[in-house]
Write a protein that binds this ligand. Structure first.
Ligand code: AMP
Length: 500
């Protein structure tokens, strides 16, 4: 395994990259390669397979994009014939947002070369994508589901791919893309270079690598599952009902110009965004119920600085690249401790400093313990003296339940869940008759499972991948069949606590 600390950082000009690429790098304002770039660029240029353990924010996109462009340059041409522009490099990402970001980077890095590139993801009209693909592109960035749609419609031919990147491979597996990945991998020439990037190296990732990579060099730039050293992390114990007031106070006291506020559910994201707006914080929410356009618009407005707080679910925020983001706030603690690593990776990027603030309700302490176990360090506890408490009613005039989670029918413990009867809520305006609140999403009735929710998110727009993983085919819709492991979990009979 390469130890980056032992290697003096070379400059970009030491890699033998073409002048057109160096020019693009200079235009981006990069002066020194980041550690993952210093390690990976020479190895990728040499043609060897790579397993890169690097979080988003480390500069990993350039670490594979720059050498890909360099290696494809001998084939670059300005011919108008599509046949002269076959797909030679395929970059697969788990989400549309990440695909879009990688594509932005590739477009910039290849901007002075004749190499063509494009991005395809679900949730948008396929026709413009088809037109671009038919004209020919050398570098294709794609989410797996939409790529397979194009394969089926014969708008893309992958038989000449010689470089493959699996970006955020752990996420792709989490999201249930393994069957799609296997289908895609089987369409590619065996003779190719494969680069796999992942924030974590789970056993599943290692298995994937041993099946599809040949003698890869492992490059690890940060301790596995470690969180960025330049991110100051602090936990405040706050009652669930006071979290909103805590966010407002933190934003003001710490003078945080922009933050991403993470919540665990789509309905929670929308509600918190509305509440923060009412408190005078310019806010937008991104989650799986938002259309692709709404998500892109919110993201763009956030990047332009027009929005102070972006309230996001894990799925929607995955892989977001927002430079100079001063902080993230965990409004809900993630059920999956690895999501904590992904969340705080949104700040402190490319060497900048950042703050990661977690609000921990008493029943979330267990999640902190899990996170600390994963990152192998204790998180600093801070004290937050609230100047005022949150109003005890939400914006629909209904009283807050004891916690968001109880209202949603979720439990703090993974694997446990409330019964569906907890979807009953007393309508305060309409008398005392209990009203059956239709579940917004099957997600709220399941134990936390990143794979399912994430697949659903993609499936809403891709309309395919989730079917392979047994997840809902569309938001708001219930799956035809519950995935087997959930049934197993229920049959196993997790202890149920009395509901609030
Ligand atoms: P990534 O991990 O690829 O998402 O990159 C994170 C951020 O770092 C992006 O905004 C990149 O534009 C930026 N970046 C990548 N490489 C460098 C570099 N060598 N110097 C400064 N910033 C960089």
């Amino acid at each position: 395994m390469a130890d980056v600390n032992a290697v003096p950082t070379p400059g970009f000009d030491s890699f033998g990259l073409h002048a057109d690429i160096l020019r693009a790098i200079a235009e981006q304002g990069y002066t020194q390669p980041t550690p993952i770039q210093a390690q990976a660029i020479p190895v990728v240029l040499s043609g060897r397979d790579v397993m890169g353990a690097a979080q988003t924010g480390t500069g990993k996109t350039a670490s594979f994009s720059l050498p890909i462009i360099q290696r494809l340059l001998p084939d670059a041409n300005t011919s108008a014939s599509p046949a002269r522009h076959p797909v030679r490099a395929l970059i697969l990402t788990p989400t549309r947002e990440l695909a879009d970001q990688v594509a932005d980077n590739v477009r910039a890095y290849a901007g002075h070369t004749p190499l063509r590139n494009t991005v395809v993801f679900g949730g948008v009209d396929m026709n413009p994508q088809k037109d671009t693909l038919r004209r020919g592109v050398e570098i294709l960035i794609a989410t797996p589901g939409r790529l397979l749609d194009h394969v089926e419609q014969k708008t893309v031919n992958l038989s000449q791919v010689k470089m493959l990147v699996l970006d955020e491979a752990d996420r792709m597996l989490d999201m249930g893309f393994l069957p799609d990945l296997q289908r895609i991998l089987n369409l590619l020439p065996k003779q190719r270079q494969t680069l796999l990037f992942s924030a974590t190296f789970s056993n599943e990732i290692k298995k994937l690598a041993s099946s599809y990579l040949t003698n890869p060099l492992t490059i690890e730039v940060a301790r596995r599952n470690a969180t960025a050293d330049n991110v100051e992390q602090v936990v405040y114990e706050v009652d669930e009902d006071d979290k909103r007031a805590a966010v407002v106070q933190i934003l003001r006291d710490r003078d945080l110009k922009q933050v991403i506020v993470f919540v665990n559910s789509k309905v929670g994201a929308s509600r918190l965004a509305r509440q923060l707006e009412r408190e005078g914080v310019v806010t937008a929410a991104i989650h799986g119920d938002k259309s692709q356009n709404e998500r892109m618009q919110a993201l763009e407005a956030f990047k332009q600085g027009g929005i102070q707080a972006l309230v996001a679910t894990d799925v929607a925020a995955r892989g977001l690249d927002i430079s100079d983001l001063p902080g993230v706030i965990n409004y809900d603690l993630p059920y999956n401790p690895e999501d904590y690593v992904h969340r705080i990776g949104r700040t402190g990027r490319a060497g900048a400093s950042g703050e990661a603030i977690s609000l921990c309700a008493p029943d979330e302490r267990k999640q902190i313990v899990e996170i600390e176990k994963l990152i192998k360090r204790e998180l600093k506890r801070g004290e937050l003296v609230l100047e005022r408490r949150s109003r005890p009613r939400d914006d629909r005039g209904e009283r807050f339940e004891r916690s968001d989670r109880s209202e949603r029918g979720e439990r703090s413990d993974r694997g446990e869940r409330h019964s569906r009867h907890e979807g009953l809520r007393v309508s305060r305006s309409g008398g005392t008759a209990p009203r059956r609140v239709r579940p917004e999403d099957e997600f709220f009735y399941k134990p936390y499972e990143p794979s399912t929710s994430a697949s659903a998110d993609e499936a809403q727009h891709d309309g395919r991948s989730s079917q392979a993983s047994g997840a809902p085919t569309a938001f708001g819709g219930l799956p035809d069949k519950a995935p087997k492991r959930q049934v197993a979990a229920l049959l196993a009979g997790f202890p149920r606590k009395a509901s609030h």
